[in-house]
Design a protein around this ligand. Structure first.
Ligand SMILES: [Fe+2]
Length: 194
């Protein structure tokens, strides 16, 4: 289940309905789909994953202007991982929506709505997030640096970032749940650097 955090206030919550309500004004979709019962294994191929979720993908294509889907699968052994992550982890926008459905692993989106405080959404298996076109955001992996997600694209040429290059992303540290030394109930958050 995802966790939404607002670093400047320290607020953090993981109730799905509360997360959806919070994200709605920003046009961000959040859903949690069951991942059990799909017959997928760690060794499943990208095509097997796309096939297992074909019905959901077709529904999403009708819901927005998505035309194509793929699977991205990264872990610490992935060649060029740091260079790849550096592209995601700088504040940017896209001309299209950015939809991610997490099959396994964990990652964290930071959203900079400009009209209000920066917030983060940590996603894990079963979490679906759609960041609308034009939304300022950046993305990191959690400490284990491993994630497998389905991506949907509105443009068949794929993922194109437009960087802001204003340094906002560098003001926030990425700390996922298991990386926080101080925990309380279901709370963990990203933090603002001093
Ligand atoms: Fe992005």
């Amino acid at each position: 289940m995802a966790i939404l955090s607002i670093p400047v206030t320290g607020e953090s919550f993981s109730d799905a309905e509360k997360i959806r309500d919070f994200l709605r004004p920003f046009g961000i979709w959040y859903e949690n789909w069951p991942t059990a019962g799909k017959g997928l294994k760690q060794a499943s191929s990208d095509n097997e994953i796309l096939s297992a979720y074909s019905e959901e993908i077709e529904t999403l294509k009708l819901r927005a202007s998505f035309v194509t889907a793929d699977v991205i699968n990264v872990n610490p052994d992935t060649e060029g991982l740091e260079a790849m992550l550096a592209k995601f982890s700088k504040e940017h926008t896209h001309s299209e929506d950015e939809l991610r459905f997490c099959i396994e692993g964990r990652g964290i989106f930071h959203i900079n709505p400009q009209s209000s405080a920066v917030f983060s959404i940590e996603m894990e298996a079963g979490d679906l997030i759609n960041v609308p076109a034009g939304t300022r955001h950046w993305f990191n992996l959690c400490a284990e640096k491993s994630i497998r997600v389905i991506r949907l694209f509105e443009d068949s040429t794929g993922w194109t970032p437009h960087y802001l290059e204003n340094g906002v992303d560098s003001q926030y540290e990425t700390l996922c749940f298991s990386e926080l030394k101080i925990k309380s109930d279901d709370v963990r958050t990203s933090v603002v650097k001093p």
